[in-house]
Design a protein around this ligand. Structure first.
Ligand code: UDP
Length: 467
């Protein structure tokens, strides 16, 4: 018998790990509420996605053999994606037009505002999905509407960014693209384009939750009226309502799960430092060296994710000399690690997904932002949510080994350790509450699903009347 759905949502993520994860998770969440969910992703990433409840459809970014790595030029890649992606996304929508489940809404990564035009050409609704914090979105939204000018000048003795609902942002807290607009012009242009037609979208979704950034959301609601639906973290780590939802279901690299779990099994509770800088950050050789030496000097157990492309920056002989105390792997299932009782601290680059994961799992943190929005996330981790510490940079812009050892000890067993752990537990409960039945994010998702239901009933009635 044909399955019954209350609507069909087609989701389009930017094909990077930190974007596929939250959009795929949203797809699973919608599917658990009776919606047919389809992910449209590049030919190159299709094979990395495995989620039983979600259909996967390939589209083209014009680089079908290697994606972004084939060109390495952001503007070339984005232009090609817009051209080829528009055409192939349109084909996917058309494919379902005469099926029992035509697409009702395209939920597109806010990096792809052109997807709204594609949806409109098919008479389909469109929703922008933002993968950053509300604070970061608010900063860019205010630049877009002219309330903040570029470049944002860093003030010697004052806050450089003062906006409604946002704590004052000082130099080290500000997204790097806007203090140095020439550093990554193509990325900055992409961040700004997110707002180009957002006013025309039927919905705006953001992967954050009401309790996490309440004043921010109120302050920016006029220019960016987003529905907060996060944290988009697999259900088994939060509300447990989606059966078997233990992982995102997408991995662009092969995770060394068993090796990590076997190694963690023999470590005492809360004794291991988990270190990861996500899927994109590339540390300098000097910073890698200081990190390696700090981990050894701390005498703590550690599990360090060093992507294959970064491995040559490790000091010679480090992996061998660390044996017993430390494990270095090229990729892992991060959530499984953060949820493991042996983990006591997370050294992170503060990517937004990693930030939501550490909050959702209540893991004390050492925040080491490297670029883009990570600086703002780090401020919140240390000063607003108080779930970690942020090491100071030395005069060369490096976190040196002494500072790192100090921060690791502080978080694991120092004066602030108990308070940090208490706050981490508090945020974990609030994150759980947001996605549990009746929670703020759950309600926001239900409202969207109700809309889909109503418009489906409306369409069916129209059809009956016409017949
Ligand atoms: N991640 C993972 N295994 C790793 C490192 C990272 O599964 O070894 C996941 C992590 O759980 C997160 C995503 O990759 O969901 C990284 O996203 P984030 O926004 O934190 O950083 P980005 O990679 O976009 O800089």
């Amino acid at each position: 018998m044909e399955a019954q759905y209350c609507g069909h949502v087609l989701l389009l993520p930017y094909p990077a790990q930190g974007h596929i994860n939250p959009l795929l998770q949203f797809a699973k969440r919608l599917a658990s509420k009776g919606v047919k969910a389809t992910i449209a992703t590049t030919t190159y990433t299709v094979k990395s996605i495995h989620a039983a409840a979600v259909t996967v459809e390939p589209i083209s970014d014009g680089f079908d053999d290697g994606g972004f790595t084939q060109t390495q030029k952001v503007d070339v890649y984005l232009n090609s994606f817009e051209q080829n992606g528009s055409r192939t996304l349109s084909k996917v929508i058309a494919k379902y037009e005469d099926s029992p489940h035509p697409v009702d809404c395209v939920v597109y990564d806010s990096f792809f505002p052109w997807a709204l035009d594609v949806a409109r050409r098919h008479g389909v609704r469109g929703a922008a999905f933002f993968t950053n914090s509300a604070t970061v979105c608010a900063v860019f939204a205010h630049i877009h509407c002219g309330a903040l000018e570029l470049p944002v000048e860093i003030e010697e003795n004052g806050a450089a960014v003062v906006l409604p609902g946002i704590p004052p942002l000082y130099g080290p807290d500000i997204p790097s693209f806007i203090t140095a607009p020439d550093s990554y012009p193509a990325y900055l242009a992409m961040k700004m384009r997110q707002f180009s037609n957002v006013g025309n979208a039927d919905w705006i979704f953001a992967n954050t939750f009401q309790e996490l950034e309440p004043e921010v959301v109120a302050g920016v609601s006029k220019v960016w009226p987003a529905k907060l639906i996060g944290p988009m973290v697999p259900s088994s780590y939060l509300d447990g309502r989606i059966e078997g939802d233990k992982g995102y279901g997408a991995s662009l690299w092969k995770p060394l799960g068993e090796e990590c779990l076997n190694w963690l099994k023999s470590r005492p509770n809360q004794s291991v430092v988990y270190v990861s800088f996500g899927s994109m950050v590339s540390l300098s050789t000097k910073q890698m060296d200081e990190m390696a030496r700090a981990l050894i000097a701390s005498e703590l157990n550690f599990l360090w994710v060093v992507r294959e492309s970064e491995r040559s920056k490790l000091p010679q002989g480090f992996v061998e000399s660390a044996r017993g105390k430390g494990l270095v792997v090229s990729w892992c299932n991060q959530l499984e690690m953060l949820a493991h009782p042996a983990i006591g601290c997370f050294v992170t680059h503060c990517g937004w997904n990693s930030t939501l994961e550490l909050l959702s799992l209540g893991v004390p943190t050492v925040a080491m932002p490297q670029w883009s929005d990570q600086f703002t996330d780090a401020k919140f981790i240390e000063e607003i949510w108080k779930v970690g510490v942020r090491p100071k940079l030395d005069k060369y812009g490096i976190v040196n080994r002494e500072e790192l050892v100090f921060c690791l000890k502080e978080v694991m067993e120092g004066e602030m350790s108990e308070e940090i752990k208490r706050n981490a537990r508090k945020w974990r409960e609030l994150a759980k509450g947001a996605v549990s039945e009746g929670g703020s994010s759950d309600k926001a998702i239900n409202e969207f699903v109700e809309h889909l239901k109503c418009s489906k009933i409306g369409k069916q009635l129209k059809q009956i009347i016409n017949e």
